[in-house]
Design a protein around this ligand. Sequence first.
Ligand code: ZN
Length: 81
Amino acid sequence: MRVLEQIGYYFCAVIILILLGFGYYFICSKIDIIVWNNGICSQCQEGHYHFINGGGYGSRYYYQCDNCDYAISFATCPQHK
Ligand SMILES: [Zn+2]
């Protein structure tokens, strides 16, 4: 019985970690949508963001305004939204 309890404990821990992972991604993508602002620069309201750097595993995606050079970064990739 002890072994079953331990398996149940680890199983629950794994489920919680997976849920936290999804929650983190969900919240990040929501924030990214707001920051992305449909690709319109939030500083000058005229320029459009274009991809400049990032995208490797665990790194952020960096975008820059083509009008005023205002830069933003994302946890997820708004280009695919
Ligand atoms: Zn701008």
